[in-house]
Design a protein around this ligand. Structure first.
Ligand code: FMN
Length: 331
C-alpha cells in the first residue's frame, strides 16, 4: 500500500462524475474506437475522440461522422471538435448532439498548418475571443459539460495560458486540459510541467470546481505518477505513451497503489495486437484494419529482439493469417 492513493480519484465535470482521473488523450490517426476500447479495458477512465472538424459535422461528411461513433464499452465519451469560428459550431450543433457525447471538448492545441490556417487548433491561442464565444455558445445551449484542450501559448514569447484558461472558465467551461508546450514547440523538447503547476495553483485558488488535466511527456506509469505528484494536476492524459502500451493506465494505478508495476511482456503485446486487429476488422474491415495496424504494431514491438524482421512481415501482411504468423515469429 502507498500513501499516495489520494492521487487517483473520481472527477466532477459539470453535472457528471468521471470514475477516475486517468484519460486517454485525443490522438488523430490513433485513437479510433478499437484503440479506445483497448485502453478502457486496460484502465483508462475517460476516452476522447480524434479531433473532428465542426465544418465536417455541419456538412454531414461521412468520414467525420465515423469519428464520432462511440464504442460499446465507452460509458463516458468525449468528442473533440476543432473550429476557428462560431458559425460552423452553430451549424453542426444538432448533428453533434445526435452523437450524445458525455463531454464536448474544443481543440485549441493542434499545430498542423491545415488546421491553424482556418483559425482552429492552436490558432485559437491567438484568438481567445473566438474560443470564448464557442465555449459560451455550447455551455448556454446544452447541459453537456464542455472542456478545452490547449497549449501554453503560441510561442515562448507569448505564453498566455492563464488568461486563456480564465477566458474559457468565465464562459462556462467545466474542465481544462493543458499540453505543456507552445505551438511552435510541437511535440519536443521536454514539456514544461512548471507551467502546469502554475496553472493549477492559480485555477484552484480562483475557481474551486474546475479540474485541471495535464498532458505532455507521459511515456510511462512513473511519468504519470510524477506529473500527478509534483504538479498537483487533478488528472493526466496519456498520449504517445499509450501507443503500443494501452496498459499504461492500469500500470499507473498499480504504481500508485504499490510503488511498482508490471511491464507488459511480449506475450501480452501479441495478445493486444491480435485483439486490436479483431476489433478494428469488425469496425472497418480486415483490409483497412491490417493497414491501420501497421503504425500501432511498430510501437508495440519496438526494441524487441528480432523486431525489424517481424516488422517487415507485418507491413506485408494481407490477411489475418499472415499477421498472426508474423507475430508468432516474435517468440
Ligand atoms: C500523432 C498525434 C496526434 C495527436 N492528435 C491530437 C488531437 O487530435 N487532438 C488533440 O487535442 N491533441 C492531439 N495530439 C496531442 C496529444 O493529445 C498530447 O497532448 C501530446 O502528444 C503531448 O503528450 P505526450 O508528450 O505525452 O505525447 C496529438 C499528438 C500526436 C503525437
Amino acid at each position: 500500500m502507498s500513501n499516495k492513493e489520494y492521487l487517483l480519484h473520481p472527477l466532477i465535470v459539470g453535472n457528471i462524475e468521471i470514475k477516475g482521473n486517468l484519460f486517454l488523450a485525443p490522438l488523430a490517426g490513433y485513437t479510433d474506437k478499437s484503440f479506445r476500447t483497448l485502453c478502457i479495458e486496460n484502465g483508462a477512465d475517460l476516452t476522447i475522440s480524434e479531433m473532428v472538424s465542426s465544418e465536417g459535422i455541419a456538412r454531414g461528411n461521412q468520414k467525420t461522422v465515423k469519428l464520432m461513433e462511440r464504442a460499446d464499452i465507452e460509458k463516458n465519451f468525449s468528442i473533440q471538435i476543432f473550429s476557428g469560428n462560431l458559425d460552423s459550431v452553430q451549424r453542426g450543433f444538432d448533428a453533434l448532439l445526435a452523437f450524445n457525447p458525455t463531454i464536448i471538448d474544443i481543440n485549441c492545441g493542434c499545430p498542423v498548418p491545415k488546421v491553424t490556417k482556418t483559425g482552429a487548433g492552436s490558432a485559437l491561442m491567438k484568438d481567445p475571443k473566438t474560443m470564448g464565444s464557442i465555449v459560451n455558445f455550447l455551455t448556454t445551449h446544452t447541459d453537456i459539460p464542455v472542456s478545452i484542450k490547449f497549449r501554453t501559448g503560441w510561442d515562448l514569447e507569448n505564453e498566455n495560458y492563464i488568461d486563456f484558461a480564465k477566458t474559457a472558465i468565465d464562459n462556462g467551461v467545466n474542465l481544462i486540459a493543458m499540453h505543456a508546450r507552445t505551438k511552435t514547440q510541437g511535440y519536443a523538447p521536454t514539456a514544461h510541467w512548471d507551467r502546469l503547476e502554475n496553472l493549477v495553483n492559480i485555477i484552484h485558488r480562483e475557481y474551486k470546481d474546475i479540474p485541471v488535466i495535464g498532458s505532455g511527456d507521459i511515456f510511462s506509469a512513473l511519468d504519470a505518477f510524477n506529473m500527478l505528484n509534483t504538479t498537483g494536476v487533478d488528472g493526466i492524459m496519456a498520449a504517445r505513451g499509450a501507443i503500443g502500451n494501452p496498459c499504461i493506465f492500469n500500470q499507473v494505478k498499480q504504481y500508485v497503489k504499490t510503488g511498482s508495476y508490471n511491464e507488459i511482456s511480449i506475450e501480452d503485446r501479441i495478445t493486444l495486437m491480435k485483439h486490436q486487429l479483431e476489433l478494428m476488422s469488425a469496425d472497418i474491415g480486415e483490409d483497412i484494419a491490417l493497414r491501420e495496424m501497421r503504425k500501432h504494431c511498430c510501437a508495440y514491438i519496438k526494441g524487441f529482439p528480432g523486431s525489424s524482421k517481424v516488422k517487415m512481415e507485418l507491413m506485408g501482411a494481407t490477411t489475418k493469417e499472415d499477421y498472426n504468423l508474423a507475430l508468432s515469429h516474435l517468440i
